[in-house]
Design a protein around this ligand. Structure first.
Ligand code: IMP
Ligand code: MG
Length: 202
């Protein structure tokens, strides 16, 4: 019993910031990106964004909730005038893939007309969420509209959208940590890992 526990904790080399709840006790997270690697990449992204828009006020639009940690760290790597706003969307189940139906759950607080907007998203998967968001935001006449994503699962793309700034291209695996969740859990991990669920018993 105790040795099994030990084995498991050895396999999950990542520091877990959470005491495991019953639901999570059978799940393991395999390391993919360390917090240090993420921070280093974000420093580069911040520099690049500022270099592309020197002296320009930037509005970061974070997509709730997954992008909160990324936005917080990215904002601190962009010198000069930066403001934030947040938007929340949900998709009608991953099964209804081709329908591409996305719903706006929380709109921005302020107008983006004439502003340079950077949409900040945790992960680009099918691309349906981002396609919807860009369509909605473009109608509001921003001066510039760009996209920064931390992670990109290119293989999964169903629609032709791309990010202007990408942290890491990752394999087609379900990942958690650093804002990304599984059933709302794991967002608080400082690293990103691949979630491994227990085998389904019959
Ligand atoms: P898309 O519309 O399929 O591109 O999905 C984007 C959203 O799906 C992201 O903002 C995440 O909330 C969620 N998502 C996609 N892949 C993952 C994953 O591997 N882990 C956690 N959430 C994911
Ligand atoms: Mg998200």
């Amino acid at each position: 019993m105790a040795s099994r526990k030990k084995q498991l904790s050895k396999r999950t080399k990542m520091k877990s910031a959470t005491a495991k709840t019953p639901a999570a006790s059978q799940e393991t997270v395999l390391p993919l990106l360390t917090g240090a690697a993420i921070q280093e990449k974000i420093r580069e992204m911040g520099r690049q964004i500022r270099a592309d828009f020197p002296g320009e006020p930037l509005l970061l639009v974070g997509v709730l909730k997954g992008a909160v940690l990324f936005l917080a760290d990215l904002a601190r790597q962009i010198p000069g005038e930066v403001t934030f706003d947040f938007i929340a969307v949900s998709s009608y189940g991953k099964e209804a893939k081709s329908s591409g139906q996305v719903k706006l759950n929380k709109d921005l607080d302020s107008s983006i007309e004439g502003k340079t907007v950077i949409v900040v998203e945790d992960i680009l998967d099918t691309g349906l969420t981002l396609e919807y968001l860009l369509r909605v935001l473009q109608q509001r006449k921003p001066k510039n509209l760009r996209v920064a994503v931390l992670l990109d699962k290119k293989e999964r793309r169903l629609v032709d959208v791309h990010a202007d700034y990408t942290g890491f291209a990752i394999p087609n695996e379900f990942v958690v940590g650093y804002g990304l969740d599984y059933a709302e859990r794991y967002r608080n991990l400082p690293d990103v890992g691949i979630l491994s669920l227990p085998p389904v018993s019959h």
